[in-house]
Each structure stands twice: as C-alpha cells, then as structure tokens.
Design a binder for this molecule. Structure first.
Ligand code: FAD
Length: 396
C-alpha cells in the first residue's frame, strides 16, 4: 500500500475532487480521504437531484465574506465556462433555468461520475469510510494522517471538508478544528440559505397559510432579493427568503415588498377612483393570493370599502405593502441550511493559491472557507474555482 503522497485532500466533495483531479493532472500523487460512505454526497442531493452546477453570471458580488475581494482571484482563473467545457466534454446534457442557473437535464449523479472519472484518469486515489483520527505536522514539514486504514504522509494537506450544513450527509466541524490546530483564525459560523422561523403573533397569524406562495422583494441590511416567498408550517421559505437569510441575523429588521414592481400608492389611488364600493381585501386579493390578502386585512390593516379611506390611511397601507415588517425568530439551522456562513478566515490564506500564509503546504478550499455564495449555482462555482486554484498551486 502506498502511504506517501504529494498531497492529501480531506473531503471528497465538490472542492476536494476538483482540487485532486487538477493536482493529479499535473502529475502529482494525490490521495483523497472522506469519512462518508461515498464521494460527492452533497452534489448528489443538490439542485433537487439535478445539480445546479454553476451560474453563468457568477461574479464576486454574488458571495458573502468578511473580505469581499478574496474570492476574485480564484473565480477569475476558473470561470463557469471552464466547468461548462468539462461538462460538455463528458457529454452531460444541461439546461438553463432562471438567471444563468445551469442544471443537468438528467441527474446530479452525472457530475459525480464525471469528477470521479477525471480523478481516476489523473491517478488520484480515493478512500471513503475513512475517519481521520489525528493530523500531525512533522519536524520535516510533512503532514502525517492517522486513520483506521493506516498512516498516510504528504508534503501538502488540503482541507476540503465543507461546512456544517446537513450533518446527516457527512458534514462536520472537522475543518474548523483542524484550522484551529494549525493556528488559523476561524470566524463564527451560522446557517445560510435557510428557511426562517416565526414565533408568537406572526406564527399564529400565518401558520394555517402554509403552502401559500407569492412574489416578494425581501430586504435586510441594505440587500434585496426579488423572488418567491413560501409560507411554511414553521415560518417562511422560498428563494427570496433563502437568499436574504444569508444577510439576516436575529434582531435584524426584515422587510418584504408584497407588490414588487408595482407602485402601491398609485395602484391604491386608482382603485379608490374606479372601485369605490369594493373592499380593500377584495382588490388586494386580485394581486396577492386571496387568503393572504384577507389575513393582511384582518391583522395588519383595516378593511372597508375603498371610498371610506382617507389619503393618510391609503398612504399608510401603501407603505405597509412596500415594506411589510416580518419578525423572524430564528432560522431552521444547519439541519436544512444549504450552506454555512463564516469559517476559516480569509485573512490567513493566499487568495491566489488558498494556501495558509503561515503554514507551508496547508490549504483550505470550498465551503470551509469564509466565502459563501448566493442560491443559484454560485456555491459550486466557488468549490470548483477554489479547488482548481489550490490544485494548480500545490507543489509549485
Ligand atoms: P462538501 O461538498 O460538503 O464536501 C465535504 C466533504 O468532506 C464531504 O464529502 C464530507 O463527507 C467530507 N468530510 C466532512 N468532514 C469530514 C471528516 N471529519 N473526515 C473526512 N471527511 C469529511 N450549491 C450549488 O451551487 N448548487 C446547488 O444546486 C446546490 N444545492 C444544494 C442542495 C443542498 C440540499 C445542500 C445542502 C447544498 C447545496 N448546495 C448547492 C451547496 C453545495 O452543495 C456546497 O456549497 C458544496 O457542496 C461545498 O463543497 P465542498 O467540497 O466545500 O463541501
């Protein structure tokens, strides 16, 4: 059994496999270790089983990080078009959904099969079911990994163990612990791209509307996302809420424009002129889901025939519709979150190689790093780009 490698990658996920195949193609001897029973489990479950593998519009603006410039170098050197070329070379059929999001026509299994085929072709060894008990940095500057499958040594160690989201899929805090072991600073983590929960009055008023969905523009901390919101049994979800959840923290002001793209004040004035005897809940029920409009009029507004509203009352209603304050009590947490915000502080890493600035040969890539993408294929693009950057740099 070979136990000496140029690089050992911890984590056979999106970033780890990309890094391994890139380094392997450069002639390096690469070993990938994963404690899960198979490689690429999150890829398999991604995009509803069709893997939203990239976004053609990906740019640094689509990522959340304490250092918004950090992701630029890797993203510029491995673009969505590089990954698309790989997908096309493997004859994987794909299609574009909204906003540049590319999905497999058939199955995300094809993306995992493609990465594994590339790894095999590049001579990469992959070991699953492999728990890493201990990592040592030897006096000679090598990394020595102790596992039940034996000891493995390498000149470079790449940590690609992902974030904390969906622990049932193999997620662990191992990468953060390892970072701390080597003196790398780790920023606090929290769940991102996650449904928000409601409690108290908000929950009581909306709970029985679970399943109702409507377009909104969600705004929090100066950032807005326009897309659908879904009312759930526990709170709110849907793409606009998942997106804004990455910018929301308990106590933050969250506002929803319930008539995005419509001038509410103008619309109300028009209705008051043309539908004088119609009640507010009826006209709102024509532009919002009926039951939701009724609920708004029961709890947040006074319902009466339109002719009875004063200009000040109509103005207040327009303001409420444009910035409906929804007090979220929390998020559903890592159990359902798509990503983990925070993580290994980019201050301690080179943005071009993802190598530690202080420990030679130690790399952190993918979601374990404090770079988190929006919903829509951006997180995989970061995994591919950061994996590629490290894969090109190892041994250089
Ligand atoms: P991962 O893919 O999580 O891989 C980490 C690997 O490390 C895993 O194989 C894990 O088993 C292994 N590991 C963890 N701890 C240890 C340990 N102690 N020892 C050994 N191995 C370990 N993003 C998109 O861009 N598009 C999508 O369509 C999309 N859909 C998603 C759907 C869901 C339900 C979820 C949860 C996420 C989705 N994401 C999507 C996000 C995306 O999956 C992640 O951002 C991406 O997988 C991160 O890649 P990674 O390689 O850094 O980590």
């Amino acid at each position: 059994m070979n136990t000496q490698f140029d690089a050992i990658v911890i984590g056979a996920g999106a970033a780890g496999l990309m890094c391994a195949l890139t380094a392997g193609q450069r002639g390096l001897r690469v070993l990938v270790l994963d404690h899960a029973n198979k490689a690429g489990k999150k890829i398999l479950m991604s995009g509803g089983g069709r893997c939203n593998f990239t976004n053609t519009g990906a740019s640094p603006a689509n990522f959340v990080s304490a250092n918004k410039h950090f992701c630029k170098s890797a993203l510029a050197r491995y673009t969505p078009w590089h990954f698309i070329a790989l997908v096309e070379r493997h004859r994987i059929a794909y299609h574009e959904k909204e906003l540049g999001q590319l999905f497999c026509d058939d199955s995300s299994k094809q993306i995992v099969a493609m990465l594994l085929a590339e790894c095999a072709h590049a001579g990469v060894e992959i070991r699953t079911h492999c728990t890493i008990e201990r990592v040592e940095h030897t006096d000679a500057g090598h990394y020595r990994l102790h596992t039940p499958q034996g000891h493995f040594t390498s000149a470079a160690l790449v940590v690609a163990s992902g974030g904390l989201s969906i622990p049932s899929m193999g997620a662990s805090g191992f990468g953060y612990q390892l970072a701390k072991q080597f003196g790398q600073h780790v920023l606090p983590t929290r769940a991102g791209l996650v449904p928000l929960t409601l409690s108290g009055k908000h929950a009581e008023r909306l709970q029985d509307l679970a399943g109702v969905s409507l377009p909104v523009e969600a705004t929090c901390n100066g950032v807005s996302f326009r897309n659908f919101m879904l009312i759930t049994h526990r709170g709110i979800s849907g793409p606009s809420i998942l997106q804004i959840s990455s910018y929301w923290q308990p106590g933050d002001d969250l506002r929803l424009d319930l008539l995005p793209g419509i001038d509410g004040a103008q619309q109300l004035a028009d209705w008051q002129r043309t539908r004088r005897d119609t009640e507010l809940k009826t006209v709102l029920g024509e532009v919002l889901p009926k039951r939701f409009a009724q609920r708004l009029c029961e709890h947040w507004m006074i319902n009466k025939p339109l002719r009875q509203y004063t200009p000040a009352e109509l103005h207040a209603i327009a303001e409420l519709l444009a910035a409906w304050p929804l007090i979220a009590s929390g998020s559903e947490g890592y159990r359902t979150a798509e990503v983990t915000l925070g993580g290994v502080d980019t201050d301690g890493l080179s943005s071009s190689t993802l190598q530690s600035k202080t420990i030679p040969g130690l790399y952190f890539i993918g979601e374990v790093v404090d770079v988190t993408g929006w919903l829509g294929g951006y997180n995989f693009q970061w995994a591919w780009a950061s994996g590629h950057a490290a894969g090109m740099a190892i041994g250089g």
